[in-house]
Design a protein around this ligand. Sequence first.
Ligand code: GUN
Ligand code: ZN
Length: 438
Amino acid sequence: MPNTLQAYRGSLLHFLADPAFSAGPNDSHVWHEDGLLIVADGKVQAAGDYATLHATLPPGTELHDYSGKLLMPGFIDTHVHYPQTDMIASPAEGLLPWLETYTFPTERQFEDPSHAAGVADFFLDELLRCGTTTAMVYCTVHPQSVDAFFAASEQRGLRMVAGKVMMDRNCPDFLRDTAETGARDTEALIRRWHKRGRALYAITPRFAPTSTEAQLHLAGELARSYPDTYIQTHVSENEAECAWVRELFPNSRSYIDVYDSYGMLRPRAMYGHCIWLNEQDRVRMAETQSAAAICPTSNLFLGSGLFDFERADQAGVLLSLATDVGGGTSFSMLQTMNEAYKVARLKGSYLPALRMFYLATLGAARSMQLEGTIGNFAVGAEADFIVLDPQATPLLQRRTARGVSLEELLFALALLGDDRAVAATYSAGRQVHARVMT
Ligand code: GUN
Ligand code: ZN
């Protein structure tokens, strides 16, 4: 059924460029205190000033009034594990014991398609409650976990990227594929799901320690055969993990060089964490347009380390923010910004709120080569947007009551906000979440 024209009034914010690399303070974004977003057939038809635009609306157009609230593109979480939803906040002394103790037994359950379907439903609803409309998602080693995820995503009409974890060593037998079955299952899933509706496929070797060279080779071949698919994996997250990679791949220049040698540094490749990189690694990422997913809540929780924004920016690496649930401790991209800000401070950098909102929207879309499709209100972009409420909690209300600048308003939302600050979420122009006030 074709969507009729819909119009949304509110304070409108979206990005055109990275605030860190823009000439003037107002060149990076579009801000209309009293704005109007016009949506036709699930796409942005216009975004601008209410006073100018409302006269263009045909008589009888439905006008949704979100005055006093912010309309902005939906958040994009570029690294998250849906099967780890039920084990969020599981304590362990670092990444490797956490994987052994909690992650692998939890992921085993996704052999059962009905379990996978139930978790996928909860996970997607949780993302939407938090204002996240697109994510790059790890499934488990089981192909049925991917089918369950994409089916749930298709039902909600979401733009999602996901893939089957490939791992053929250094993991329990019950989660192990082989180089051949991993590649065969991945190829079948690409054919079944990539570009079906809004679904996009990511070739997903878990991380170098759990793949043999034969598996990495086949993953690289798939990445070459299907150049418009995504690649996602973990790199340089934790010092013990990096030492393990040095032992397993003694001939590689560095951890990311392992992936590089199999042709996995390319546009649409998303590398989770990227903490313990060296200069040459960053240069290789930038020149191949490989992207870094920054996972601050996870890196603090597991004690993995602090992402170096300054060095990444010097090299020109594509950046975005990610929750990395269940290593991450919140599904909220606002809470992810809160922790990213503090990580930057500890590294002697400074992350303005405008930049954090850029990284969670257009920055992620650019990292995924999806600018023009999602991430801002460009004419013709898919109308995935959220309504943020600066009065969502008594404290937010008090903090934002007096005249605050846009930067201060966004900063308060990032530091004090979470799912409660998301009044509504829309995907392709359809409301997929509306907050229930208690
Ligand atoms: N490295 C390999 N697997 C994982 C995982 O599931 N979570 C995190 N945070 N790091 C990993
Ligand atoms: Zn992860």
